[in-house]
Design a protein around this ligand. Structure first.
Ligand code: 16G
Ligand code: MG
Length: 557
């Protein structure tokens, strides 16, 4: 780094002083806090994104969003060249940048890091795609990010405007693959591959037994807005969008996937007129999706969560693979496709049982998309979902090119055969479902395509298995880092002795299961319990929470 670069950084950084007494951590989903204290953090993440672009010599993404948090919060996260999350190796650098005391401290850290990583200036230019959700604070924070980027010589910020988080990740991935990365290209890819799946529907289910209409809760955020646009590209599907943010509703307030999944009640704008209808809910930045059905009594719903979306996807993919492989295997030129399912400890035990009964390989990772994504990428087809509705299906490049080759072969040998249709369906899924990150809009279209393929109602889908009753609680503790877990968060290693009492409590309940983990986004320990009845799940959660409190609670302090 030359003198001129250092001078530019010092000058720019002095315009973004860090607020006193706030300590931020990059966490599972970037930095998040009240928007009023975030400009220096976003400015600094702008610098980080520019350095990451110089290091990787590829396009990087920077997204300004706080997802399902209240509207006064905001946040920032970085997308790597693949379109996935920022590499975990750079997270400590992100933390130290965000917490640097002043401009001098910040520049010192940058100089050290640039040297350590051997980042070259002036060889190639850096480019960063900037996106934001609909939060009112987004515009000024975007400006702070631009100034951070512009303080690295040769770095260019490209503002892609208001987008969903998955759209931005998709654009970064597409740019780095040399493909069209515009919003129009995104809508086209989604609608074309959806159309392809519709064309390949089996004849016998075309006389639909399901309700054509889908009603979507847009969380008063960016997802509702984008779905309105995407709708224009879609035939064969009627979507009624509520809480699109246009009629003055507040982002995430009594609406959205997080609210619906946690509270298990109807979002605002839904009521008795919607009983029995197929409904879906997106979160504030449209990277989570859950479905639900309004029940006749009060405001209760039947929740169809991420685990059930995962199960529907797994079932469909497995069916297509078995059609495709039937003759291939017999002809001894089949492809031993490795299909893997990835869940977290929050997955309902009934979903795991169901998937295992299908003969599928189910793996577990700690909570947080980056862990699930990494694991799923080890397979030819890796399907991952968190119960909260974040997930996607990853196809290996090798498998996609094998499928493409197969399709050309079928053209010559057995055009229009069932095998060819299965190959084409899998290819369409690989284009429809976002390969960079979980995407509520592409997930929603895949659910809709599969339901139409099978001629299933939401009720039929929900009956794949019955969820075990569960309960989640949180316990405020003095220091959440005192809890250390292992085996994908299913075992408490520290404080010692705590796992033993959890085991003893769990053993009292038929089908009992319970685990605890420190939250990555709040200062609490989360408790999860499931058992054969709701009452048992509540009691188990309560007694485990009491033990956590005894071991680590705030007590009389
Ligand atoms: C973040 C994670 C989400 C996880 C949640 C857990 C990403 C993009 N998001 O929102 O995957 O389920 O944190 O929150 O990784 P918790 O640690 O507070 O329970
Ligand atoms: Mg989100």
């Amino acid at each position: 780094m030359d003198e001129q670069q250092i001078a530019i950084l010092l000058e720019a950084a002095s315009r973004f002083p860090r607020p006193q007494g706030v300590k931020l951590s990059y966490g599972t989903a970037g930095f998040r806090a009240d928007a009023s204290i975030l400009s220096s953090t976003v400015f600094r993440v702008g610098i980080l994104a520019a350095l990451r672009s110089l290091k990787t010599q590829a396009v990087i993404g920077l997204m300004i969003t706080a997802s399902h948090n209240q509207v006064s919060d905001n946040g920032v996260k970085v997308a790597d060249p693949s379109g996935g999350m920022l590499t975990q190796e750079w997270e400590p650098f992100a933390d130290s940048l965000a917490n640097a005391i002043d401009a001098e401290d910040l520049v010192r850290l940058i100089i050290e890091f640039v040297k350590k990583e051997n980042i070259q200036f002036g060889v190639k230019s850096a480019e960063i795609l900037l996106g934001r959700d609909t939060r009112p604070s987004g515009e000024s924070l975007l400006e702070a990010a631009k100034q951070g980027i512009n303080s690295i010589v040769g770095a260019v910020a490209t503002d892609v405007g208001v987008v969903t988080t998955p759209q931005l990740h998709w654009m970064v991935r597409s740019r780095n693959k040399g493909m069209q990365a515009s919003e129009a290209a995104y809508f086209e890819q989604l609608s074309n591959s959806f159309g392809c799946l519709m064309d390949l529907k089996p004849k016998e289910t075309t006389a639909n037994v399901m309700d054509d209409k889908l009603t979507v809760d847009g969380a008063n955020g960016v997802g509702g807005e984008k779905l309105e646009e995407l709708k224009n590209f879609l035939k064969e599907i009627v979507i009624d969008i509520r809480n699109s943010g246009k009629k003055g509703g507040v982002l995430n307030e009594g609406v959205g996937a997080d609210y619906v999944q946690k509270e298990k009640v109807v979002p605002h704008g839904f009521g008795p007129n919607d009983v029995g209808m197929r409904c879906a809910s997106l979160d504030g930045d449209a990277d989570r999706l859950v479905y639900f059905r309004v029940l006749s009594e009060s405001n209760k719903i039947d929740l169809v969560d991420g685990d059930k979306i995962l199960s529907l996807f797994a079932l469909f993919i497995q069916e297509q693979l078995s059609i495709l492989n039937k003759e291939n295997m017999e002809a001894k030129n089949g492809y031993p496709v490795r299909l893997g399912i990835v869940q977290t400890a929050y997955a309902n035990g009934a979903s795991t049982d169901y998937l295992k009964k299908l003969g599928l390989e189910v793996m577990f990772t700690p909570t947080g998309v980056k862990y699930l994504h990494e694991k799923a990428a080890e397979y030819d087809i890796g399907i991952y979902f968190e119960a909260n509705g974040h997930g996607t299906i990853l196809f290996s490049e090798h498998f996609v090119s094998w499928l493409e080759g197969k399709n050309i072969e079928f053209d010559k040998t057995s055009k229009g055969s069932e095998q060819q249709k299965a190959a084409l369906r899998l290819l369409a899924v690989s284009k429809l479902i976002n390969q960079a990150v979980g995407d509520a809009l592409s997930g929603l279209l895949l659910v809709e395509a599969i339901l139409r393929h099978k001629g299933w109602s939401i009720q039929r889908w929900n009956e794949l298995y019955q969820d075990l009753p569960s309960r989640q609680l949180k316990v405020k503790v003095a220091d959440r880092t005192a809890v250390v877990t292992a085996n994908a968060e299913t075992v408490v290693v520290k404080p010692s002795g705590l796992q033993k009492v959890i085991d003893a409590e769990t053993a009292k309940y038929p089908q009992g299961r319970s685990f605890i983990r420190p939250s990555g986004t709040e200062d609490v320990i989360r408790v999860y319990a499931e058992a054969s009845t709701q009452e048992a799940a509540e009691n188990l959660a309560k007694s485990v929470a009491q033990h956590v409190d005894q071991f680590l609670g705030l007590g009389s302090n």
